[in-house]
Design a protein around this ligand. Structure first.
Ligand SMILES: [Fe+2]
Length: 163
């Protein structure tokens, strides 16, 4: 693949990924305002844009490899990098007196650390079969049953989605 096309793919991937997240938020807002059909449309576009982002990533050969390589990338590189980024951002927010952002960044760091512990659990018991539930507010992942409240952000059980 030529370098320019590759750059287009990388740039578009980032943009469409951001756009998909925005559409999810627009959908929530429309839902809150009672515009149910508009909310459905935003959610549908979000799913569409996520599919487009996946398709673009697939075109970048080498971005997804075999499971062992993907685990190395995800659990030894990407997640530790995100934890470190969130921790630095939390510190900056704390020093700047930004309480809400300090809390949000700190919670996200905890959420990412949990991902590492979930992977360790899976390594110890590769035959395990359990659903995961994800908090729709902070992203906390809980194995097994849904908690009454999110242990990270206190969101109610209704905010959790089973994966
Ligand atoms: Fe949460």
């Amino acid at each position: 693949m030529d370098a320019k096309t590759r750059q287009h793919i990388e740039d578009t991937f980032l943009e469409v990924s951001r756009a998909a997240t925005r559409k999810k938020l627009y959908g929530l807002r429309a839902e809150q305002d009672g515009e149910t059909q508009l909310a459905r449309l935003f959610r549908a576009i979000a799913v569409s844009e996520e599919a487009q982002a996946c398709r673009l990533l697939l075109q970048l050969r080498g971005q997804t490899g075999k499971n062992a390589q993907n685990c190395q990338t995800a659990f030894a590189e990407e997640i530790p990098d995100l934890i470190s980024r969130y921790e630095q951002a939390a510190e900056t927010a704390k020093n700047g007196g930004e309480k809400a952002m300090h809390s949000a960044f700190s919670q996200s760091a905890k959420v990412q650390r949990k991902h590492l512990s979930l992977k360790k659990k899976l390594e110890k018991n590769s035959a395990m079969e359990t659903p995961y539930h994800v908090c729709g507010f902070c992203g906390f992942v809980m194995e097994g049953n849904t908690p009454d409240n999110c242990p990270i952000c206190s969101a109610p059980a209704s905010r959790f989605k089973e994966v």
